[in-house]
Design a protein around this ligand. Structure first.
Ligand code: NAD
Ligand code: UFG
Length: 370
């Protein structure tokens, strides 16, 4: 799948560099970009993904498969990144690549600061050198910390509780500084709420390595018999049923949100900016409601064990979607039943995910270790 110089310039299709495109959200977004007619160049170090995901994106893209390219590149390896930009002109970059496990970030803060921050700084520096100044960045609702009220609007105060969240907050700030210094940049920061589900084909989906940190991948692994029960973290929150409330969003909706963002960057007359948008549904769902939706989809009972609250969790968070609706012309279409249906379809067809050949070893960050 490595076609170094075969990506041709001067083609009418716009070329988007997708960092972390072999991952969960990046693979779904790459597919939507291809179907929308873009050329997609994925770079990923495969530290938390399989290149099988990229192959399947190509298969799902049908006649657009020819517009998909993949390179195994680590963003911390600036020379390789530089070679990518020398070989190809990119019209915009969607930057998904990063480590994302909250607990791991607490245990290994340097790994997170190094990978996420150094990787992003390298990317921005190379983009600057090559005059590629359109960027969409994967931020997170984690930057709202424990919001005092809901729904969260983009103007809420920011407050992060762990090193992972701080990498998002710092990168957001770096983007704002970059734009302040050079108003030629067009940057969109997308704050995702809780992405779940899978492509309706069941061919691509989320495939976390090790014990899943997040609710739905865990529920899915209980349903296929890989884990005996789901531990519910807290049933004494001031919510409808005492369990935590989140804004779950179908990953395909999230992907179309990125298409809307990219289109905004290319809109004629659009000028420099650093804008931020929530990508959520605007609806809150409790842990027990989510489990019930999944049980309905899979026709099985999910055994539960109630435990204490998970440190750092907020009781309730969901998005205000007004700004994205108004300025991106985007709105999530799917509800929790479709999310559960598609997640189960993926899980039942791929109970062990993409099946990794290699052990999960995070690539050491060269910029840090050298
Ligand atoms: P993912 O782990 O599936 O995808 C991230 C990809 O980045 C992986 O394929 C990984 O191999 C790659 N990667 C990591 N470090 C890299 C590096 N130095 N160089 C090249 N590739 C590298 O995660 P995801 O769920 O698809 O998340 C994508 C982005 O969205 C991340 O930045 C994440 O923090 C953010 N986000 C995710 C969620 C969520 O709940 N999934 C919520 C909010 C924000
Ligand atoms: N939960 C359980 N049991 C589990 C896992 C989760 O009860 O095994 C509960 C949590 O306590 C929470 C809800 O399910 O109430 C959702 O938890 P997730 O871990 O799935 O999601 P979070 O909202 O805690 O965090 C996720 C990502 C963060 C991201 C945030 C906002 O992990 O990285 O969404 O986008 F920042």
């Amino acid at each position: 799948m490595n076609h170094w110089a075969s990506v041709t310039n001067g083609h009418s299709a716009r070329t988007i560099l997708v960092t972390g495109g072999a991952g969960y959200i990046g693979s779904h977004c790459s597919l939507q970009l291809l179907l929308a007619g873009y050329k997609v160049v994925i770079i990923d170090n495969l530290s938390n993904a399989s290149d099988e995901a990229v192959r399947r994106v190509g298969d799902l893209a049908g006649k657009y498969k020819k517009n998909l390219y993949f390179y195994k590149v680590d963003l911390c390896d600036k020379e390789s990144l530089e070679r990518m930009f020398l070989a190809q002109r990119f019209d915009a970059v969607i930057h998904f690549a990063g480590l994302k496990a909250v607990g791991e970030s607490v245990a290994k803060p340097l790994l997170y600061y190094c990978n996420n921050l150094v990787g992003t700084l390298n990317l921005m520096d190379v983009m600057t050198k090559h005059n590629c100044k359109k960027l969409v960045f994967s931020s997170s609702a984690t930057v709202y910390g424990q919001p005092k009220t809901v729904p969260c609007t983009e103007t809420f105060p920011l407050d992060v509780l762990n090193p992972y969240g701080r990498t998002k907050l710092y990168i957001e700030q770096i983007c704002r500084d970059l734009y302040a210094a050079d108003t030629g940049w067009q940057i969109i920061l997308l704050r995702y709420f809780n992405p779940v589900g899978a492509h309706p084909s069941g061919h691509i989906g989320e495939d976390p390595r090790g014990i899943p940190n997040n609710l739905m991948p865990f529920v899915q692994q209980v349903a296929v018999g890989r884990r005996p029960e789901l531990t519910v973290f807290g049933n004494d929150y001031p919510t409808r049923d005492g369990t935590g409330v989140r804004d779950y969003i179908h990953v395909v909706d999230l992907a179309t949100g990125h298409i809307a963002a990219v289109e905004k960057l290319f809109k004629s007359g659009s000028t420099g900016a650093c804008d931020v948008y929530n990508l959520g549904t605007g609806r809150g769902t409790s842990v027990l409601e989510m489990v019930a939706a999944f049980e309905k989809a899979c026709g099985k009972k999910i055994p539960l064990k109630i435990a204490g609250r998970r440190p750092g969790d907020c009781s309730e968070i969901y998005a205000s979607t007004e700004k994205a609706e108004k300025e991106l012309g985007w709105k999530a279409r799917y509800g929790i039943d479709e999310m559960a249906r598609d997640q189960w379809n993926w899980a039942s067809k791929n109970p062990y995910g993409y099946v990794y050949e290699e052990e999960n070893n995070h690539t050491e960050c060269k910029a840090y270790s050298n």
